[in-house]
Design a protein. Structure first.
Length: 326
C-alpha cells in the first residue's frame, strides 16, 4: 500500500507532478476505460486527490469505485479542513455533540451549518469550494456605541438569526459599529470580503437618502473607506432618479441640438444591500487580503456627520468571508 509522509517534500512534489496527468485521464475516461483506474492503489489516489480541491474530489468520485472510495476517505478531507479546525471546534459549547461520522461529513456540515464559538459571540464556517475559514462577529462581540442604553438599542431574539440575541436599533443620531478580528484566525494567502449582515424592521427610517461610511483595514495602517446605503428602497429611489433625470432631460436636449445622446451613468450596485440565502441582507464593507501581516483587522460602519435620527435596523453581525474560489 502506498504510504504518504506529510513531512516528505520530495513525495509531495511527486504527487503534485502526477496530479494534472491524472485529471486529464479522468476527463477522458469512458465506460470502456473506467475500469483501468481500479488498478491504482486507493492510497495513491487519495494522496493525489488531497492536493486538489473539494469540488474536484467530489467530481472524481464518479470515475470508478476506487476513486469513489478514495474521494470519500478521511485522508482526503482531513487535508481540506483547516489545520486549526479541531482547536476552533473545541471553543464551541456544542463541540462534544457535533454530529459527523467522517471528515467529509464534518467539512460539509461546517460549510452549511455555522458553528457558534467563544460563548456564542462568534460563528465559524467554511467557504465550500476552498475550505477557507470564515467568521461572523455577533453584536455582543462588536463595539456598538450606546448598545446598552435601551433608549437607543435593544436586544431581541429572532428564529432566523444565527445568534441567540441580535441588536435592534431603536433610534440614534450617532451610528457607530466597529468589529475586530485577529488575522491569525483567518486563512493565510486569502482574499476576504467583509459584510454587515442586517435586516430592516417595518419602521426603518433615516437611511433612505443618507449613506453611511464603511471602512476596512489593519489597525494602525491605512484603511479603505467608501460610502454605502443601508436602505434598499432609498438606494433604489436614488438610482432611478439618476437615470430619470439624465435619461429624459439630457437625452432630449441632445436630440434637439443634434449631439450624440449621452450614455446613462453606471451605478455601483456594490453600494447597496443584497439579499442573502438566509433571508437577511448584507452590504459589503470592503476587501482584505490576508498575507503575512500579523495584526487586527478592523471594520466599521459609521454615520456621524449627518446629525439626523435613524432607526429600525436589526444587526446580526459582521461577517468575514473568504471570496469564493473560481
Amino acid at each position: 500500500m502506498y504510504q504518504y509522509n506529510a513531512n516528505n517534500e520530495i513525495e509531495n512534489q511527486q504527487v503534485r507532478t502526477l496530479q494534472p496527468f491524472l485529471f486529464v485521464l479522468i476527463e477522458m475516461a469512458t465506460a470502456e476505460t473506467v475500469g483501468l483506474f481500479d488498478v491504482l492503489p486507493e492510497g495513491c489516489v487519495a494522496n493525489v486527490l488531497s492536493f486538489t480541491s473539494p469540488p474536484d474530489a467530489c467530481r472524481s468520485s464518479s470515475v470508478s469505485t476506487t476513486f469513489r472510495s478514495a474521494a470519500d476517505s478521511d485522508a482526503v478531507w482531513d487535508r481540506f479542513l483547516p489545520p486549526e479546525c479541531e482547536s476552533i471546534i473545541s471553543r464551541s459549547a456544542d463541540s462534544s455533540s457535533l454530529p459527523f461520522s467522517s471528515k467529509k461529513e464534518l467539512y460539509l456540515r461546517l460549510c452549511d451549518h455555522p458553528l457558534l464559538i467563544d460563548d456564542g459571540k462568534k460563528s465559524f464556517f467554511l467557504e465550500k469550494r476552498s475550505g477557507k475559514k470564515c467568521f461572523m462577529l455577533s453584536p455582543k462581540e462588536l463595539l456598538v456605541v450606546w448598545i446598552e442604553n435601551p433608549r437607543y438599542w435593544k436586544w431581541t431574539s429572532l428564529p432566523d438569526a444565527r445568534f441567540p440575541e441580535v441588536a435592534e436599533l431603536i433610534s440614534v443620531c450617532w451610528l457607530e459599529i466597529r468589529g475586530k478580528i485577529s488575522t491569525c484566525m483567518l486563512s493565510p494567502a486569502t482574499l476576504y470580503a467583509t459584510y454587515l449582515v442586517f435586516k430592516p424592521t417595518t419602521e426603518l427610517y433615516g437611511f433612505n437618502y443618507h449613506p453611511v461610511e464603511v471602512t476596512v483595514g489593519l489597525v494602525g495602517a491605512e484603511v479603505h473607506k467608501r460610502m454605502v446605503y443601508l436602505d434598499t428602497e432609498g438606494g433604489g429611489s436614488e438610482r432611478s432618479q439618476i437615470v430619470r433625470r439624465r435619461g429624459i432631460g439630457l437625452f432630449n436636449r441632445a436630440r434637439i441640438l443634434g449631439f450624440p445622446a449621452p450614455q446613462p451613468q453606471e451605478i455601483d450596485d456594490a453600494r447597496y444591500p443584497k439579499k442573502r440565502g438566509d433571508g437577511w441582507l448584507e452590504i459589503e464593507l470592503g476587501e482584505f487580503f490576508n498575507g503575512e501581516e500579523n495584526g487586527e483587522l478592523e471594520m466599521s460602519v459609521l454615520e456621524l456627520k449627518g446629525g439626523h435620527w435613524k432607526g429600525g435596523l436589526i444587526v446580526q453581525g459582521i461577517e468575514i468571508r473568504a471570496k469564493e474560489s473560481k
